[in-house]
Design a protein around this ligand. Structure first.
Ligand SMILES: Cc1ncc(C[n+]2csc(CCOP(=O)(O)OP(=O)(O)O)c2C)c(N)n1
Length: 322
């Protein structure tokens, strides 16, 4: 697909924001960082229509919600479990964005639930005769779940307008993908459902964007679902404080050399759309903007009785009667 010069620069800003968000939040012990995997969420969720639903993988979800217009301070308050977050601090580490943004969150810790919800959103688009599509991303570990197989099969048989994106970072916690599946590629699983399965370089934001946009057009014009596997690598631990001792250090270093942000920056420099000095100024401004939002979120109140009290847990008598 053709990407205009202004869209290339917007994509770069989102890639940079994602990197700075992931580096900042990745220092929190329980956060699941997406450093080095940013090209998948940014390439996937850029260029969608306002009515489309997205259901981002938890690794990279914050910037995905930001791309849809959610406020960073409120998102950070969610990560910190503050009363000012979207769910009023009821879930520390919250990455559930209000549905008004058409972002489907991980409303429970059960992986695969977002695959079902996105398939349901696609079914609703069909029933309501809208031309909206749903785009959902998940890890390769999630592609071993029943929810993955059942939903893709349903979407395939009903030609639902949904795009399934596997953010294959090659590890599910400490399990290497090659230990948990015998097929050589997640994209090959599409053959079993009779839908297209495409593997792209997940460290190339334009390759991801192009593949997803083609699949979105296909879905929008009643062509049915597509499974896209974006191959990348988790260059960090599973969560902020985990050391990936089960990874091979040489392998990790070789993937760091394919860094998606540096690659995209080089590409834009080769097109004379960006220069190193401007990139570094942009990075400084982005980090300053993020730490200002984070400082506000840190100063926000912890949830108290008003947010967590019994009236939040139990229905009012009127609602119960209804
Ligand atoms: C149904 C279910 N099974 C297991 C878990 C525990 N769990 C949390 S994260 C994770 C790894 C998921 O790996 P993957 O889908 O590859 O995503 P990644 O973390 O690599 O981005 C597991 C097994 C869970 N939350 N839900």
């Amino acid at each position: 697909v053709d990407v205009s010069q202004s869209d290339l620069l917007t994509l770069y800003r989102f890639m940079l924001t994602a990197r700075c968000v992931e580096e900042m939040l990745g220092k929190l012990p329980g956060f699941h960082p997406a450093v080095g995997e940013e090209a998948v969420p940014i390439g996937s969720f850029f260029g969608l229509k306002e009515g489309d639903y997205i259901a981002p993988h938890y690794r990279g979800a914050i910037t995905a919600a930001y791309m849809r217009g959610a406020d960073l301070r409120t998102l950070f308050a969610g990560v910190l479990g503050k009363a000012t977050s979207h769910n009023l601090g009821r879930f520390r580490g919250d990455i559930c964005m209000p549905i008004a943004y058409r972002v489907i969150g991980m409303y429970s810790g059960v992986l695969g639930s977002t695959i079902s919800l996105a398939t349901g959103a696609a079914l609703s688009a069909r029933v309501l005769r809208s031309d909206n599509v749903a785009v959902v991303s998940f890890g390769e570990g999630c592609s071993n779940l029943g929810a993955f197989h059942e939903n893709i099969n349903l979407a395939a048989t009903l030609d639902l307008p949904v795009v399934y994106i596997c953010q294959n970072n090659q590890f599910a916690m400490s399990t290497r993908a090659t230990q948990s599946m015998r097929c050589s590629s997640v994209a090959d699983r599409a053959i079993g459902y009779g839908i297209p399965g495409i593997r792209v370089d997940g460290n190339d934001v334009l390759a991801v964007h192009s593949a997803v946009q083609k699949a979105v057009s296909r879905a929008r014009s009643h062509g049915g679902p597509t499974l896209i596997e974006a191959l990348t690598y988790r260059v960090s631990g599973h969560y902020g404080s985990e050391q990936p001792t089960y990874q091979n250090a040489d392998e990790r270093e070789s993937w760091k050399k394919r860094d998606p942000l540096a690659r995209f920056q080089n590409h834009l420099e080769s097109l004379a759309l960006l220069d190193p000095a401007t990139a570094s100024q942009l990075a400084d401004a982005t980090r300053a903007m993020l730490s200002a939002a984070m400082n506000l979120a840190r100063a926000d109140p912890e949830p108290g009785h008003a947010e967590l009290g019994e009236h939040q847990l139990f229905a009012t008598p009127q609602a119960a009667a209804f």
